[in-house]
Design a protein. Structure first.
Length: 199
């Protein structure tokens, strides 16, 4: 199973002190850990959405479920709390079938084709004269498959990159902005805390 994990660190003590200074009463100041936890979760959710959009822009994904379903690699949030000021974005999943990406079914003369990166061309899936082809199993499941040898059977589905690998490049781009995003959400949470007090 492939797993994608990167760590972004902040000095939570420093951030808590900043929040406390902006909350003018002791009851509000006691809420500082919850304010920071909410901001961390909002930041993580925003980064998850951004990374998903970047992955879809970079990769020729035709089955959006691979980015949404946790069991297929969709990124999920481990939430921060006032007691545990850590938020985690995790993606775990094995390789996915080729048809999760852009494919073209085989013809009488050409093999099935696959494109993983949007900037790439469709590539014929053929090795040693064995052409990949699209088939539908008795279960109703359709896949691009290849024979193992000269015989008609066995056949096996062709696989493509696991979803956690897709997030690597998107993560590098997103991490440059995470601290600014966090500060934005801290400000929002402080404003909400003060607004609730004034109401």
């Amino acid at each position: 199973m492939s797993e994608h994990q990167n760590i972004l660190q902040i000095d939570t003590d420093v951030e808590l002190q900043k929040i406390i200074r902006q909350l003018d009463s002791i009851p509000d100041q006691l809420k500082a850990p919850s304010v920071l936890a909410s901001a961390l979760n909002a930041t993580a959710n925003e980064m998850r959405r951004t990374m998903g959009k970047k992955a879809k822009k970079r990769y020729a994904i035709t089955d959006d479920r691979i980015l949404k379903e946790k069991k297929r690699g969709g990124m999920f949030l481990e939430r921060a709390t006032g007691d545990t000021l850590e938020a985690g974005l995790l993606s775990k999943g094995a390789m996915v079938e080729a048809m999760a990406y852009m494919t073209r079914r085989n013809t009488d003369t050409t093999a099935a084709m696959l494109k993983v990166l949007n900037e790439s061309q469709l590539t014929a899936l053929e090795v040693g004269g064995r052409k990949a082809f699209e088939t539908t199993f008795d279960s109703g499941h359709t896949a691009i498959v290849r024979r193992l040898g000269e015989n008609r059977l066995p056949i096996y589905p062709l696989m493509s990159p696991a979803v956690p690998l897709l997030y690597g490049k998107s993560y590098e781009e997103a991490e440059m902005d995470y601290y600014a995003i966090l500060q934005k959400h801290i400000r929002r949470q402080i404003e909400r805390t003060l607004e609730r007090k004034a109401a």
